[in-house]
Design a protein around this ligand. Structure first.
Ligand code: ADP
Ligand code: MG
Length: 408
């Protein structure tokens, strides 16, 4: 057997000579130690595949050597075979109790001793091979799992994005025509109303006494009130439709279908459109006042990126902030929250060759444990149906892989 490096420990030179001679005939490599201390030193310096250990030795005896070897991680798995006198049953039992794998009896039966040594060397070799195989397999499996999770994320990400993106882009597109019609016509209505009042005024000027029927009617409809109110109604319509245009534009920006090439994108547009889409969640409800969104925007240049994906990142992070705030608010009254308003802060800044976007909230924050796991696939602290544990894993993938150094 190739890996047969044996340390033989015995204080008796005659014994040593006999056993070494026998072992050498098998082609094993032998090293000897003549006392316990020497044995410990040699075993630690250059760990053998097996140790043949005498029990009775001056100084540190065999049992103590065995104990110390087992206690040291570097030597604990070296198989130890005790050499004991034939009649000494106590020693045999004690030796096995201390972790020895076997014993051989003195005087030696050469055949038997060699057979035992061979079995234990083989066992050790097999154990090692097995351990190695297990290690390799485990590594291969965890790598496969990681790859699987990875591609899983990509599938979810791309499916979700394309389904959502198509839907949102479709809605935005469909809204554009009718709302364009409203916006265009509101101006025409304003002009027409002005004209109509002009005509009425002209009639009044030329026919100051139009007769009882017309005068009664003018009183009933309250012409002066109409003159004042109608432009207000039209203005409200104009404001409403302007908002729809704004929302529709945000939807288009948010869902910007990503081409396979990066494009120059105004990140602030991305953040603004995401916030607008999340407005219904930010607004006041019966549990709390509106969440304030504080923007502290730096002077960012256009950034080459995949805008749809970057918006997805903003969405995942901002939605988490709202979730965290809502959860932190539990048990607090509306009045209490009015005094300490909830906020989400978005700060952007330009660095030497990077832009930095920091999003913070005044929710309960994250413990060290949560912080170390937030990017883990499927890690969530939220109830089923509320959290998927994919938001930040996807965000990380988008930033690091699609936009990081490796993506260049
Ligand atoms: N703003 C935040 N405040 C506190 N905890 C957060 C915040 N953002 C993320 N977390 C924690 O990180 C976890 C993982 O987030 P995420 O990957 O988006 O999955 P999910 O939102 O579906 O739970 C959350 O369950 C939450 O515990
Ligand atoms: Mg989330």
């Amino acid at each position: 057997m190739s890996n047969g490096f044996i340390l033989v420990v015995d204080d008796n030179p005659t014994n040593l000579a006999v056993i070494c001679q026998a072992l050498r005939t098998e082609g094993w490599q032998i090293r000897i130690a003549m006392n316990g201390e020497d044995a410990l030193r040699k075993a630690t310096q250059n760990p053998p595949d097996l140790i043949l250990l005498d029990v009775q030795m001056p100084g540190i005896n065999g049992f103590e050597v065995c104990k110390r070897l087992k206690a040291d991680e570097a030597t604990s798995d070296i198989p130890i075979i005790f050499m004991t006198a034939l009649s000494d049953t106590d020693s045999k039992v004690k030796g096995l109790g201390l972790g020895a794998v076997d014993y051989v009896t003195k005087p030696f039966d050469q055949q038997e001793a060699i057979a035992r040594v061979r079995v234990h060397l083989q066992l050790r070799h097999l154990t090692h091979t097995l351990e190695e195989q297990v290690r390799d397999r485990t590594q291969a499996l965890s790598q496969a799992l990681e790859e699987l999770q990875h591609s899983h994320l990509q599938v979810i990400q791309s499916e979700k994005m394309s389904a959502l993106g198509n839907l949102v882009a479709g809605v935005a597109h469909e809204i554009n025509n009718p709302i364009g019609c409203v916006v265009g016509n509101v101006s025409a209505v304003e002009a027409t109303i002005k004209d109509l009042f002009g005509v009425i005024d002209l009639y009044g000027k030329h026919f100051p006494n139009p007769g009882a029927e017309i005068e009664d009617e003018l009183e009933t409809v309250d012409l002066d009130y109409l003159r004042e109110d109608l432009p207000k109604l039209v203005k409200a319509m104009r404001d409403g439709s302007d908002r729809i245009v704004c929302i529709s534009r945000s939807l288009s920006i948010f869902s910007r279908a990503d081409s396979d090439r990066k494009q120059a994108f105004n990140l602030h547009d991305g953040i603004d459109s995401t916030i607008l889409i999340l407005r219904h969640r930010l607004k006041a409800n019966k549990h709390r006042p509106e969440i304030q969104v504080l923007m502290d925007y730096g002077d960012l240049p256009l950034v080459e990126c995949f805008p749809g994906q970057i918006n997805q990142v903003f969405m995942n992070i901002l939605a988490n902030a709202i979730d965290a705030i809502d959860e932190s608010n539990q048990g607090r009254s509306f009045i209490e929250l009015e005094a300490n308003p909830n906020w989400i802060k978005v700060q952007t800044e330009i660095g030497v060759n990077h832009v930095q976007i920091a999003i913070s909230d005044n929710g309960f924050g994250m413990s060290q444990e949560v912080r170390s796991r937030v990017f883990d696939h499927l890690y969530t602290t939220k109830t089923v149906g509320k959290g998927t544990g994919l938001g930040l894993a996807i965000a990380q993938q988008i930033i690091e892989e699609k936009h990081g150094e490796r993506s260049k």
